[in-house]
Design a protein around this ligand. Structure first.
Ligand SMILES: [Zn+2]
Ligand SMILES: [Zn+2]
Length: 179
């Protein structure tokens, strides 16, 4: 979605659009995330201008699919993310007496030219909505390291057969003392 800067007026306006996820999914394949997106990103956006700043406030929705880091099952995760972005017009760089940047200046991204490409901003905000670790649920019990069974679906017998290793140590100690 590319917006001409002149269309962003002081009067707030809203628009709805969808951004494709193919590029984003290609990036995710290389990155640290165990997610991909199954649907285009639906964006509801309100924008307005104030002096040299453009403001975008919106909500994005899509559906992600993750692979659980514990049990390796695939699961779906609805993404529903509010966002607010401010872009300041980039100042032409002046040699010599550039003012010191304050922390506030650094936090605000800039735009140049007479168009704003919203796709990278939407992509970043969509990634912000993903958890850092892909888990099918917070209390996923994962795979048994002994037999590989998915402990969310099945109970395995490893524990019953081997017992608690700490108890096993105690048992052997007792046996040792008796002799
Ligand atoms: Zn899981
Ligand atoms: Zn097991």
């Amino acid at each position: 979605m590319i917006l001409p800067v002149e269309d962003i007026t002081e009067e707030p306006q809203s628009c709805d659009f969808s951004d494709p996820v193919e590029d984003l999914n290609r990036r995710l394949e290389k990155g640290p995330h165990d997610f991909r997106f199954l649907r285009p990103i639906d964006v509801h956006l309100q924008h307005h201008r104030s002096d040299d700043c453009l403001f975008f406030v919106g909500r994005l929705r899509t559906l992600a699919e993750g692979e659980c880091a514990r049990c390796t099952e695939r699961f779906q995760l609805p993404v529903d993310q509010d966002f607010a972005i401010a872009l300041r017009r980039a100042e032409p760089e002046e040699e010599g007496d550039r003012p010191e940047l304050s922390a506030d200046d650094l936090a605000v991204a800039t735009y140049e030219g007479d168009e704003v490409d919203l796709a990278p901003l939407v992509e970043e905000q969509t990634l912000v909505g993903l958890p850092t670790r892909a888990l099918c649920s917070e209390d996923c019990r994962g795979l048994c390291p002994g037999c590989g069974v998915n402990r969310n679906l099945d109970s395995c017998r490893c524990k019953a057969e081997e017992g608690d290793p700490r108890l096993a140590v105690l048992r052997s100690l007792k046996v040792g003392r008796a002799h």
